[in-house]
Design a protein around this ligand. Sequence first.
Ligand code: C2E
Ligand code: CA
Ligand code: CA
Ligand code: CA
Length: 276
Amino acid sequence: AKQTHGCSYAIFETSRDSDPATHITLEPELWEALRQEQFVLFYQPRIDLRTGKIIGAEALMRWRHPERGLVQPDEFIPVAEKTGLIVPMGYWAIHQAGQDMRRFRDAGFRYGSIGVNLSFRQFKDEFLARTIRRIIDKNEIDPTRLEFELTESALFADETHVQSCLKELSELGIDFSLDDFGTGYSSFALLQKLPISTLKIDKSFVGGVNSSKDDEEIVRAVINLAHNLNKKVIAEGVENKAQLEFLIRHECDQVQGYFFSPPVPVEDFMRMLRNN
Ligand code: C2E
Ligand code: CA
Ligand code: CA
Ligand code: CA
């Protein structure tokens, strides 16, 4: 289980991944939340280091709970994954990102792409690619502005199914990035074989820049690996200027992190795009 970060509070502290009782109580609540549209997407800007401008964002889910207030994903995504609810929730996220992207377009904003997280669990859905295509059509989403972030665990769920999904969706112009890179098991063969255009360096390594030589070596190695494979590289979890300067010096392409902005409501993100 992951640690709760600063601005979150551990409501289901004792639960985490192991206690089945919490899943039982939380599952109907999550269904209800989906039905009542209590989920929202926040956006965390991504900055292009060559221009210093925002070139997109990652969409991150929050739960506006009627009593508990804003609930962070670490408190409910693991349960959603365990129960399979992440499948409909994931479709909702793509749909909502599509609606928001329409607003960005209608406002005339220029941006690169919006990243939506796809859980390994969503690949257990045999209709994944087809359903995503339907959501794209129905919401008139520009697939070339849509990007999916997957973790290495997703790639191993069912290799052939994952490969065919990625292939089908990438033919629409959707990009894929590999999230939390460095924390899982990546085979270089798979990296080459799959249509993955970007590596996202996990924030645990970025956090060690300027304090841990090992982390610095890893960050440099991932940047070089990405570039040698003709992929882009994004550092996530950039929290201070020293980390930023290290990343600029080593020619990282993009950054994302609290140093620039935490994930914010869509209106706030639109304000940032307006001033971009
Ligand atoms: P992730 O995909 O690795 O998302 C990055 C997380 O790092 C986000 O946490 C973000 O708020 C946080 N972060 C950003 N900048 C910084 C920084 O400078 N320092 C630190 N310490 N953290 C930073 P968040 O929003 O709490 O999301 C946690 C995880 O929940 C995500 O990790 C992702 O795995 C999952 N998640 C969130 N939304 C969705 C979703 O719509 N679908 C799926 N499948 N998973 C989601
Ligand atoms: Ca992500
Ligand atoms: Ca990540
Ligand atoms: Ca993560």
